[in-house]
Design a protein around this ligand. Structure first.
Ligand SMILES: [Zn+2]
Length: 236
């Protein structure tokens, strides 16, 4: 079994960990076709998957997947035996449904239990790409691959990163919740007012020379000098 893009996979799993909260051992759901391809290639998923993901794994399947494999006849007997060695993830289907439908329901719309899915079912993988933060694996040309993060996953990553970049917006929301009156003044004005209130002692000092200047002649001369400078710059 060949491992490709090991470095890239490690980086991508790091993103799943950092952004979506994945932790080792990574939990992976395997579907029947994936287990069957492993069987045909004499590939051991307990050895191959940790190599590809560069981390420890815990492998699951569901009763529905097992039930579907059993219905496929004698050719799948060995695959059924391998599937039975996987841990069983409860799916809640009392009457078994198709493997694809079953895995979709376990992942749901947000993959809150942090599963990766290993499947040869292209349609299922296309669907799961719409669920942000769902690592997807499959075998192509005898190579086990981790799909790059889907467009929807990347969109969510950008969203989360931009939220981190703009703490002020978040803080503003909290401030508004705590103190609804704060809505009246926009943020820049508030900052300005605070600064204006702060240097009160300085403004008092400034007023004193201004009052003195009004009474004494030298200050008036200073004012004329400024006027002269302005005239010069206008001539140039
Ligand atoms: Zn099920």
């Amino acid at each position: 079994m060949r491992v490709k893009r090991a470095k890239k996979n490690k980086k991508n799993m790091g993103i799943y960990a950092q952004i979506f909260g994945f932790r080792e051992p990574y939990q992976l759901l395997l579907d029947g076709n994936f287990i069957h391809v492993n069987q045909q290639m004499k590939m051991d998923p307990w050895t191959a998957l940790p190599k590809v993901l560069q981390g420890q794994v815990k492998l699951f399947t569901t009763t529905c997947v097992l039930s579907e494999l059993r219905s496929l006849g004698a050719d799948f007997n060995a695959t059924v035996q391998t599937a039975k060695k996987l841990e069983r993830r409860r799916c809640g289907h009392e009457t078994p449904v198709g493997a694809s439908e079953c895995l979709k329901s376990v992942i749901g719309t947000d993959n809150k239990h942090k599963y990766g899915v290993a499947s040869q079912d292209h349609t299922l993988r296309v669907h799961l790409r719409t669920v942000p933060g769902t690592p997807l694996l499959y075998v192509m040309n005898s190579v086990l691959l981790l799909e790059p993060p889907s467009a929807e996953t990347q969109r969510r990553i950008k969203e989360i990163e931009s939220e981190k970049m703009l703490p002020k917006q978040f803080e503003e929301k909290v401030i508004k919740k705590l103190n609804p009156d704060a809505k009246v003044a926009p943020e820049p004005t508030r900052t300005f007012k605070k600064k204006a209130k702060g240097p009160n002692p300085l403004s008092v000092k400034k007023k004193k020379p201004a009052q003195n200047g009004g009474q004494k002649k030298p200050a008036t001369e200073g004012g004329e000098k400024v006027g002269e400078k302005r005239k010069r710059s206008e001539d140039e």
